[in-house]
Write a protein that binds this ligand. Sequence first.
Ligand code: UDX
Length: 449
Amino acid sequence: MNIAIIGTGYVGLVTGVCLSEIGHDVTCLDINSEKVEMLKKGISPIYEPGLEELMLKNIEAGRLKFTDSHIIGLKDKDVVYIAVGTPQSEDGSANLSYIYKAARDIGQNITRDVTVVTKSTVPLGTNYKVRELVMANLQDNYLVEAVSNPEFLREGSAVYDSFNGDRIVIGADDAEAANIIEEINKPFGLPILKTSISSAEMIKYAANAFLATKISFINEVANLSEKVGADVSEVAQGIGMDGRIGGKFLNAGIGYGGSCFPKDTHALVKISQDHGMDFHLLKSVIAINENQKTMLVKKAKERLGSLEGKRIALLGLAFKPETDDMREAASIAVSRQLIDEGAHVVGYDPIAAENAKSILPEEVQYAEQIEDAIKEADAVFILTDWKEITEKALLMSGLFMEEPIVFDGRNCYTAEEAEKLHVEYISIGRSSVVPTGEKEQESVLAVSF
Ligand code: UDX
């Protein structure tokens, strides 16, 4: 099978690289020629563990190519994946203009019968529209089939997930088209579920909406736990042991971010409205998430009073660890709130700081090293649970701050750890730790080394 992929964003690039890794000939197409030049050299525009190694390997093996020409990229291709962005429009719906452009480009440039596979997350019915558009633009009498093959990769572990995911969903109304895509994916060795096109489109939205619901649910349980003296980590463990509930995605925190959950929950609410239905539950999930982003600043104000002139270290700026993606990151809302309160904000992120600079308010300053952010801070906020942060933030606060106080939006530490290091520790859905007695530098050092 000759495969082309339109769009070398996060989904398209990972898909292209992993399909070449299992032995397929893949050409990735992107209209951005500068990006294509970088990709040809094996340089990934995104930080994704393991991706560049596989890129280089498969470029060298001649299985993975990049081009900015639709004529070259779509010539003699049997299967074309669409993996372009579907950003959120102002009314919450998914903007499909890139998808439709890709469909027209396929129609105009394809040179044989083709199966068009949509990887992008698209509202119900879009795959039918894609097939129509491809057909309307054909230069000759080719057969066109559409397949919905939604993506479930998580940023930061996308390569791992490609080979270890829970399932591959293939939505097709034509059995032959479904078989073609099944054969392509078989070497991944993952369970394959074949469905109709509409079900596959719905599965993607429903999966993300359900995971977002789990997070908002546990966040509300966390907020209540604080009031009644329960510990949300213990509660999550206790409910998660019930196989019907499952222990994953029950980490309370400062809300979900990223390129998928916020966009897809809004889109599903909009799709429901368009079909005369009010998705009350999902609207609440979104509202809870917005509220959750304000929790750390509320706690800081309750504890410290005015934040005017206070120096706050923001540790972890990306929306989650192992990525440089800043989309809908908690740091955006939290830094804005802090600056509005008159605080001085110093951000630190092991990888995402450069991206953060163009997204966070211009008042935010940046530290090169984690200790530089913590030294001289009046309070430390943990926003992303990068390994470096979970290893060092509490310890360094204990060492370098005169009156160490940490507001942890990711529940990285236990009460015992905070007590040992003599750090005042305020997290989500758990009792605060207020150290007693005098802080002895020796005892902190004894714990650390
Ligand atoms: C998500 C889906 O997991 C993936 O299947 C889909 O293809 C794309 O969207 P991603 O956005 O990369 O993946 O990250 P994910 O690990 O799911 O985390 C999303 C957000 O939820 C992050 O902000 C994370 O911090 C937050 N989260 C996750 C929690 O707050 N608590 C949890 O228990 C899990």
